[in-house]
Design a protein around this ligand. Structure first.
Ligand code: PLP
Length: 395
């Protein structure tokens, strides 16, 4: 019989010529297992998706129960589906005013596309301000606000009217003006290698948006659901966006995205034109059931509160190694900079061989990611660091 590996390389469209190419047949907690029984420690969480760990029994139960009731019924937003409305209710209870209207979609890209469409529709303006080294997804819309020319060059023309500014540069805030529909930003840039917007900067940005009457969109697709030490990053920074984009951990391991705003803003998608955003599978009931269960776990197990403490242990163990030049983190969203490119290449290959699943960043060279399930224990962190340090010592 033809092997899965052969079909993977031969018959699957792949985003790169050098995928990890490891077959996984089972996943539990922070571990992934190959069919031969080799165990990998997951320090990526598929990026920041599996915040409650793999195969959490409560998530599995929620999925099973929902599958037995119904799966897809009707395009999004027509019939009342309990998992959708209950999840929207739980989210709006967590969020401050006026973030009380949840538009469920399929993915992060669709969430950022939808958010920018909503801002254009609400303000009647055309201009979008985005950030250098920002990542918001790979659809034509999301690509238009992505701050890296390399990924965009061969797909032009993209959406016009998007200007890029530097994160944490206060002078660049003057680029925001009365033609600006919205500013979209990740409060911690993930793919830039974990670059956090400072609290002062976020406050100045909020003020400038208010002065110009434009909407502030936070893409919390990677930072959400406890990853950076609070349920959402904006809560610890005390700056409330007009539109919040969520995906990844939102679905508890199932595909789900959302953009969330006030009802007043959201309502503009319903007229002129009616059906301002349409999505068949948005808010899929099985995804919402899984997501709601996972959201509850993040809260019940106080996972957000433990993230910074756990990150500290990783930092303490790894930071003084001779090949580590810098560590940046926001909770358990960590980047480990390695002193030179050659060592990094060797390290990356050796970590995979040693059973550590990690990932490079799109826009930061010589750095690897540590973003494990938030359920990782102190013992598991120490075990992971033992393996990483062993590999580092051997280079
Ligand atoms: N926004 C951020 C910050 C992301 O990290 C990602 C995915 O990595 C996206 C948006 C796009 O999400 P998706 O891949 O679900 O379209």
């Amino acid at each position: 019989m033809i092997s899965n590996s052969k079909i993977f390389y031969q018959n699957l469209g792949l985003p790169s010529d050098f995928p990890l190419g490891i077959e996984i047949s089972r996943a539990e907690g922070i571990y992934l297992y190959t069919p031969e029984g080799k165990r990998f420690t997951d320090l990526v969480s598929g990026v920041s998706v599996s915040n409650v760990g793999h195969s959490h029994p409560k998530v599995i139960r929620a999925v099973q129960e929902q599958v037995e009731c119904y799966m897809h019924l009707m395009v999004y937003g027509e019939v009342i589906q309990s998992p959708q409305v209950r999840y929207a209710w739980a989210l709006q209870n967590e969020l401050p005013d006026p973030l009380d209207s949840v538009y469920f979609v399929n993915s992060g890209s669709e969430a950022t596309d939808g958010a920018v469409k909503l801002a254009k529709r609400y303000t009647g303006r055309y201009k979008v301000i985005a950030f250098k080294n920002a990542y918001h997804g790979s659809s034509m819309g999301a690509l238009s606000f992505l701050g890296n020319e390399n990924l965009k060059r061969n797909f032009r023309p993209l959406m016009p009217g998007v200007d890029f500014i530097d994160l944490n540069n206060f002078e660049h805030l003057q680029e925001i003006d009365h033609n600006t529909a919205c500013v979209i930003l990740e409060p911690v840039q993930g793919e830039a290698g974990i670059m956090a917007a400072s609290k002062e900067y976020l406050h100045a940005l909020r003020k400038r948006c208010d002065e110009c009457g434009c909407l502030l969109i936070f893409d919390e697709i990677q930072t959400g659901f406890g990853r950076t030490g609070s349920m959402f990053r904006f809560q610890s920074q005390e700056v409330v966006p007009d539109i919040l984009c969520l995906a990844k951990a939102l679905g508890g391991g199932m595909p789900l995205g959302a953009f969330i705003s006030s009802r007043e803003i959201m309502h503009t998608l319903t007229y002129n034109p009616m059906l301002g955003h349409i999505t068949t599978f948005g808010g899929h009931p099985v995804s919402c059931a899984a997501g709601l269960a996972a959201f509850q776990i993040v809260k019940d197990e106080n996972l957000a509160e433990q993230a910074e403490e756990k990150a500290k242990l990783f930092r303490k163990r790894l930071q003084s190694h001779r090949i580590v030049s810098k560590i940046r983190n926001a909770g358990l969203m960590m980047a480990i900079d390695i002193q030179d490119a050659e060592t990094f290449e060797k390290l990356f290959a050796s970590l995979t061989k040693a059973g550590i699943m990690t990932d490079p960043f799109l826009f930061r060279e010589q750095a690897f990611r540590i973003a494990p399930p938030l359920t990782i224990s102190q013992q598991q962190i120490n075990d992971s660091c033992d393996i990483i340090l062993n590999v580092m010592d051997s280079l």
